[in-house]
Design a protein around this ligand. Structure first.
Ligand code: GDP
Ligand code: ZN
Length: 334
């Protein structure tokens, strides 16, 4: 069979060079300076890329994301990404290392999942809401996966059911699963089928175990929590896309420690807590941040019980953090 790579598509003759030709594909893995591209011919090719890139007015720590459609130029066996297709959506976060930069995690996704556990590790207050602040600006549908239910005592179950009630009420489906026992996995498989899904969570929640349960042949490395020293842990910060044999792709976003937002203004936060935004047209002031403003529909909603305190507490916390960050940016000359 002909190796498709050897068939020039758009051949250009260059001085001192053999054929140069272009192929298109999707980025499936980024490792800093290399990008694995699955060409439309099926072949996976490590590529490089030159240049600096910006998005939303900030420097990007990585110019290309998993999920990006790219055009690759292949010359003498070297592959170089020359063009990035326009993105239907993307997920970015503040770079964990450079707080002024943005890190592009994934693009062109259909939906996202945030995996949490109630106690193994302990769920950080506000974690789910922070994750949703990454997906909501692009209206990316999101699901919450509560893993390790096999370990839960009655109180943990109660908390998990409480989260399910709250988030499903707002419009985010919640699935209680056990990746080791297989409980609830089938239902999630139906959600994943034929879609490109980004999945993220704190490290140790069981993402790798979950992906292995869905797709055993992938054999992702899992971490034994019993010898989890935290020191010298190899924590990768790069996402990777896997194909699911029942249809679709899953993008594994590496373990998240914290999520901060140098790319958001207080008003963006207000707009992306979707149930607050939905009622905010009834606030007296169009730029209401739902704190102490008179005639605030969100405050009314909280009082009547139509809106959830838990979300509101987390909202205030994030708002405060962003205001503080903005203050220091304006008053720092470094
Ligand atoms: P990741 O860091 O999110 O990829 O987490 P891993 O998949 O490496 O899992 C961390 C630890 O949790 C491993 O010891 C897994 O065996 C364990 N684990 C994952 N899912 C479950 C589950 O549903 N139940 C129980 N009891 N343990 C789990
Ligand atoms: Zn308001």
């Amino acid at each position: 069979m002909l190796n498709l790579l050897l068939v020039p598509r758009r051949a250009v003759i260059r001085p001192n060079s053999i054929f140069v030709y272009m192929q298109e594909g999707t980025v499936i893995k980024t490792t800093g300076s290399w990008y694995d591209v699955r060409l439309d011919s099926g072949e996976i090719l490590p590529c490089r890329m030159k240049g600096k890139f910006r998005l939303e007015g900030k420097s990007l720590t990585n110019p290309v994301a998993v999920g990006d459609r790219v055009r690759v130029e292949i010359e003498d066996g070297d592959a170089m990404i020359k063009e990035i297709g326009s993105r239907s959506n993307y997920v970015i976060r503040q770079s964990p290392r450079k707080k002024h930069d943005l890190h592009l995690i994934a693009s062109n996704i259909d939906q996202a999942m945030v995996m949490v556990t109630i106690n193994y590790p302990q769920l950080k207050q506000g974690f789910i809401d922070r994750f949703l602040l990454m997906t909501e600006p692009h209206d990316i549908p999101a699901h919450v996966i509560v893993n390790k239910v096999d370990l839960y005592n009655d109180q943990d179950i109660e908390i998990a059911e409480g989260l399910k009630f709250i988030y499903e009420h707002i419009g985010y489906p919640v699935h209680l699963v056990s990746s080791t026992e297989g409980t609830g996995i089938e239902a999630v498989r139906d959600v994943l089928k034929d879609k490109t899904t980004l999945i993220g969570g704190q490290s140790g929640v069981g993402k790798s175990t979950f992906i292995n349960a869905l797709q055993p042949h992938l054999e992702l490395k899992t971490t034994d929590l019993s010898d989890y020293s935290g020191k010298g842990q190899h924590t990768t910060t790069f996402a990777e896309m896997f194909e699911l044999d029942f249809g679709g792709f899953i993008i594994d976003m590496p373990g998240i420690k914290t999520l901060s937002f140098n790319n958001l203004e207080p008003m963006d936060v207000a707009h992306n807590f979707r149930e607050f935004f939905a009622v905010s047209e009834n606030c007296k002031y169009p730029d209401c941040l739902h704190r102490n403003e008179p005639g605030c529909a969100v405050k009314e909603g909280l009082e009547s019980g139509a809106l959830f305190e838990l979300r509101y507490m987390n909202y205030l916390k994030i708002l405060e953090e962003i205001e503080e960050q903005n203050y220091w940016e304006r008053h720092s000359h470094f």
